[in-house]
Design a protein around this ligand. Structure first.
Ligand SMILES: NC(=O)c1ccc[n+]([C@@H]2O[C@H](COP(=O)([O-])OP(=O)(O)OC[C@H]3O[C@@H](n4cnc5c(N)ncnc54)[C@H](OP(=O)(O)O)[C@@H]3O)[C@@H](O)[C@H]2O)c1
Length: 319
């Protein structure tokens, strides 16, 4: 099994659950010093850059399936996202076709949808991304859907949370500025459940898009209230969205910007009101280990001893 984006937040957890399950795993790294993060998991390491088709060709050889999580996972303008998220996915599909790799499970996003207006999102719901990241994910899904030789499933992930994600990273500083509507609903999922879903999907025949989340969509306000229950010293600073969004729109156009979540679309994305029905994991014959944030967030806090981890967007070396 090849995992792209193996050194990322979700990819690292996928490698951990694959390794625990005894599944032979090849983890693709782009930056050598980040590949070293995977050493303790006992997985094989392979260099691969989604902007280098030759390296992808080498990475997939001999694999039966790919869990595809690599690419610029930010809410930046589309010209910054397409080279890895769309063109990189195309290179991956072509390499899989050449080498007889039969299955790709792709980490897509619920942000291929616009606001769901209280309706619960399913794989049949219309797609109308309002941010460029959602558009890029949709284009990548289309690339996968048009591959005749490879069976592809695009799992539309919600906000995936865990101690290693950016949000909890900011919470460590005890102050989280949040320039979006706290009453907007957004679906969430604990990173271990996301990893288990991606792993299970490899051996199932379902194709096309599949939205998943935990069993209860909540508002951001509720999400932060649960965190504050356990970390009362944390302050969530509600901020007016519009002026910050406008300022970030200028910053978005700065040339040679390193990958960042500080983009105007981040605010637009957080403000979308999205809902997913309960028990979506049943579509993959699974149940959530953490069905709601009420159990998931304390579990995250119980594991809260980051050691060598640094989020890809905060690690500027050789980027
Ligand atoms: N986190 C969420 O809440 C969420 C929700 C929905 C969907 N997703 C999707 O799930 C996937 C994984 O998300 P994540 O949060 O784990 O992202 P992440 O932590 O930012 O990880 C991104 C990964 O992609 C790798 N990468 C970046 N550019 C690359 C390139 N040119 N070639 C090869 N690899 C490259 C990074 O390598 P380095 O370590 O070297 O930078 C890293 O391993 C992404 O596609 C994301 O869009 C995430």
């Amino acid at each position: 099994m090849l995992v792209t984006g193996a050194t990322g937040f979700i990819g690292l957890e996928v490698c951990r659950v694959l390794s625990q399950a005894g599944i032979p795993t090849r983890a693709m790294f782009r930056r050598r010093h980040r590949g070293a993060l995977l050493g303790p998991l006992g997985v094989d390491l392979v260099f691969g850059d989604l902007t280098s088709p030759a390296s992808i060709d080498r990475a997939v050889q001999g694999c039966r399936a790919v869990i595809h999580l690599g690419g610029r996972a930010t809410f930046e303008p589309i010209d910054r996202l397409r080279p890895t998220l769309v063109d990189g996915t195309r290179s991956l599909v072509e390499a899989c076709e050449r080498h007889g790799v039969g299955r790709i499970v792709f980490g897509s996003s619920l942000l291929v949808h616009g606001p769901s207006d209280g309706l619960e999102l399913t794989s049949a719901s219309p797609t109308n991304p309002v941010i460029d990241y959602g558009q890029a994910k949709l284009e990548a899904e289309a690339v996968l859907a048009h591959s005749g030789a490879v069976s592809a499933l695009s799992i539309r992930l919600p906000h995936v949370y865990g101690w290693n994600d950016l949000l909890f990273g900011i919470l460590r500083s005890r102050l989280l500025p949040f320039p979006a509507d706290l009453d907007a609903r957004f679906p969430h999922m604990h990173v271990t459940d996301a990893a288990l879903a991606l792993m299970a999907a490899v051996d199932q025949s379902v194709t096309g898009p599949l939205p998943i989340a935990d069993d209860l969509t909540v508002t951001w306000r509720h999400f932060f209230e649960v965190i504050e229950t356990y970390l009362p010293e944390v302050q969530i600073l509600a901020m007016p969205a519009k002026p910050i969004e406008l300022a970030l729109r200028v910053a978005d156009r700065l040339p040679l910007r390193k990958p960042t979540m500080l983009a105007s679309d981040t605010i637009r994305g957080w403000n979308l009101d999205l809902t997913v029905p309960p028990e979506t994991m049943k579509q993959l014959h699974l149940q959530c280990r953490y069905p709601t944030i009420e159990t998931g967030i304390p579990a995250v806090l119980d594991e809260s001893l980051p050691y060598r981890w640094r989020h890809p967007l905060l690690d500027r070396r050789n980027g």
